[in-house]
Design a protein around this ligand. Structure first.
Ligand SMILES: [Zn+2]
Length: 59
């Protein structure tokens, strides 16, 4: 699976704010994802992103 900065993805778990659209702002061993519902930023290991990934969101 290829991930890149600017890609917007859906994850297995929605954010507590209710949104499930995440913009990737950093890739590497750890990813940074920004919730498009509330703007909160989270860091996740790449393995967690790969496991939770549920598809792309086309903007
Ligand atoms: Zn959120």
């Amino acid at each position: 699976m290829k991930f890149e900065v600017g890609q917007v993805i859906k994850m297995k778990k929605a954010h507590p704010c209710g949104a499930n659209e995440w913009e990737i702002t950093r890739v590497g061993a750890d990813f940074k994802l920004v919730c498009r519902g509330c703007g909160r930023e989270v860091m996740l290991p790449r393995t967690a992103v790969e496991r939770g990934y549920r598809g792309d969101i086309n903007n």
